[in-house]
Design a protein. Structure first.
Lengths: 339, 261
């Protein structure tokens, strides 16, 4: 049984604005599914419907085997939710929040106390447990929010932009926790506007734009749809043509660009070493080389004609670039490789 | 039965949070204690001679008369503070945490009102003590004081339900806060601070039929005279009326909010 099944899900708001326009998706038990898209794409609206906070205006969805409209209380018992911007009361302490969450999920008092200790330790907040949330950093708030969502050991965990605005260290801490949860069997549905987050965490990614899923698959499948990794090789003067002949034997050679030899590698990084060896054996001096892999942003561009801005750095950029802005230079992170 | 107990536990927990929140946020606590205390001090000190006016009811002292007004003002403001706090919860998304939990949606409002009830009771006790310190005579004794605390507590819940309805409908703390002047208008158009006999028309008629005046009388009677069945019934009916209005509007606002998201 799928943990989440969505068929033709729609949500229109007053004034006829359609935030979600017929989303279909299926998330298997134990999977991490990332919903990737810019602000306003329909990610949060979809999550709010799946977590029973918002009624759909069309379509159906089942979460943990329960219909989100007709069996909403059963859905709420099965899910954990950490919403965007960590909706925490700054006047409560971390421990009070976990206790309250435990009460909401009908845990007996003694169990709630033990659970609070366990979860606060798990997310590294035991030292701050009795401090008011208002004194927490952004990363601490997110970790507390995550801990509170786990109090009843949910089958399906919804995380709405769990790392937006966090520094790299805090982001990694959240990722590690999500991975650990997933290893213990929890299905995770997360929304993100960060390509790296989707790439690193998700078993499968759904790319959403303007309320519709425009692409879906594993990160590798999606990237493979828009091209293969290629190697950009800078060669010493006078050796360019000979280098092209050598690399053409190892992969599909692409037209040279800016004096660089370009070769597409089916096997990605695993094929870099043979190329380097072949050039070395031919006595060709390599000045530098870089393995350039397709990114989810390339997928996003291919499917929507737009970039997800600020994708690689996780800096919180979220605005879609204007249509037609298809420059690849700024958006493609490159992996340097030692020659 | 188990569901009822679980929901009662949720209401109690949310009520406790509400009380803690009020004491931790001075702007919520101050109106409940500071404003009515100041008004009580200023009016008692400055207008104490009013008891000598020919039509003024027979009382042991002006503070005896004013105490009920301060209590009702305090519980009106406690209700309003509860509404503001609920609106703040809505604004910061805290209520989403509650809506996403497997609890009755109405437990969220009832939890807030439980907190308001506790604040009402605390403020009532505070004003009873103020009265004792400054020489008020409670004509109906301990039983009368218990009745006063009960009326104030129930009235706080009733007024809180109206504020909750506004919070749920508007979703913005500034809107609920905007009700502040209205509270004073309603209060001054009742017998909270001035006997109807000494008011000019049309204020006297408005005050006579203002349900708030019945609640004020219910709280005042144990201090200045005797508790009558008719007076108690009028006070109770008025509180029930306010509560029915507030809870009805809250239910409608909640349904609308859940429908629209």
């Amino acid at each position: 049984m799928a943990a989440i099944e969505v068929r033709g899900l729609e949500r229109a708001f007053q004034g006829g604005v359609k935030a979600v326009r017929g989303v279909d998706l299926e998330v298997a038990e134990g999977e991490i599914y990332a919903f990737l898209g810019p602000n306003g794409a329909g990610k949060t609206t979809t999550v709010r419907m799946l977590t029973t906070l918002l009624r759909p205006t069309g379509g159906t969805a089942r979460v943990a085997g329960h219909d989100i409209v007709r069996e909403a209380p059963a859905v709420r018992r099965a899910i954990g939710v950490a919403l965007q911007e960590a909706a925490l009361d700054p006047l409560m302490t971390g421990r009070e929040l976990i206790h309250l969450q435990a009460t909401l999920h009908r845990l007996p008092r003694a169990e709630a106390r033990a659970k609070a200790d366990e979860l606060l330790a798990r997310v590294g907040l035991e030292h701050a447990a009795d401090r008011r949330v208002g004194t927490y950093s952004g990363g601490m708030r997110r970790r507390l929010d995550l801990a509170s969502a786990l109090v009843h050991e949910p089958r399906v965990l919804f995380l709405d932009e769990p790392t937006t605005g966090l520094d790299p260290v805090s982001r990694k801490a959240i990722w590690d926790e999500v991975r650990a949860l997933n290893r213990s069997g929890t299905t995770v549905f997360l929304t993100t506007q960060y390509l790296e987050e989707a790439d690193q965490l998700a078993d499968r990614v759904g790319i959403i734009a303007q309320g519709r899923i425009v692409a879906e698959g594993t990160p590798s499948e999606l990237k493979a749809q828009v091209g293969k990794p290629h190697l950009e090789i800078s060669i010493a003067d006078g050796e360019l043509e000979r280098a092209r002949e050598v690399v053409a034997r190892l992969g599909h050679e692409l037209p040279p660009k800016d004096g660089l030899v370009l070769v597409e590698l089916e096997g990605g990084a695993a094929q870099v070493a043979p190329v380097v060896r072949a050039l070395d054996e031919a006595g060709i001096a390599v000045e530098s080389l870089q393995l350039v892999e397709p990114t989810l942003d390339d997928v996003f561009v291919a499917k929507t004609g737009r970039h997800l801005e600020g994708n690689g750095d996780g800096s919180g950029a979220s605005v879609e670039a204007a249509p037609g802005d298809s420059s690849e230079d700024g958006a493609r992170p490159e992996q340097p490789a030692e020659a | 039965m188990a569901g009822l107990v679980a929901n009662a536990r949720v209401v109690a927990s949310l009520g406790a949070r509400s009380v803690r929140q009020t004491f931790r946020r001075p702007q919520l606590a101050a109106p409940i204690v500071v404003f009515p205390s100041l008004l009580l001090a200023v009016q008692t000190g400055g207008a104490g001679g009013a008891v000598n006016l020919p039509q003024f009811p027979e009382v042991n002292g002006f503070l005896d008369f004013m105490l009920a007004g301060a209590m009702i003002q305090s519980c009106l403001l406690a209700g309003n503070s509860g509404g503001i706090a609920l609106a703040v919860d809505l604004e910061m998304g805290f209520t989403d945490r509650l809506f996403a939990a497997p609890i009755s949606r109405y437990a969220i409002v009832l939890g807030r009102l439980a907190g308001t009830a506790a604040l009402g009771a605390i403020s009532a006790v505070y004003y009873v003590v103020i009265g004792l310190v400054f020489g008020v005579t409670y004509e109906e004794g301990v039983g009368g004081v218990v009745l006063m605390v009960l009326w104030v507590t129930l009235a706080a819940v009733a007024f809180g339900s109206i504020a909750a309805a506004i919070a749920l409908r508007a979703g913005r703390a500034s809107v609920v806060q905007g009700m502040f002047p209205m509270i004073f208008v309603i209060l001054f158009l009742s017998t909270a601070f001035f006997p109807a006999e000494l008011m000019q028309e049309p204020a006297a008629t408005v005050a006579e039929y203002n349900p708030l005046s019945f609640v004020v009388a219910g709280v005042r009677d144990p201090v200045v005279s005797v508790v009558t069945g008719e007076g108690a019934l009028k006070a109770f009916a008025s509180i029930v009326g306010f509560a029915a209005l507030g809870l009805g509007l809250s239910a409608l606002a909640m349904r609308r909010r859940l429908r629209l998201g």
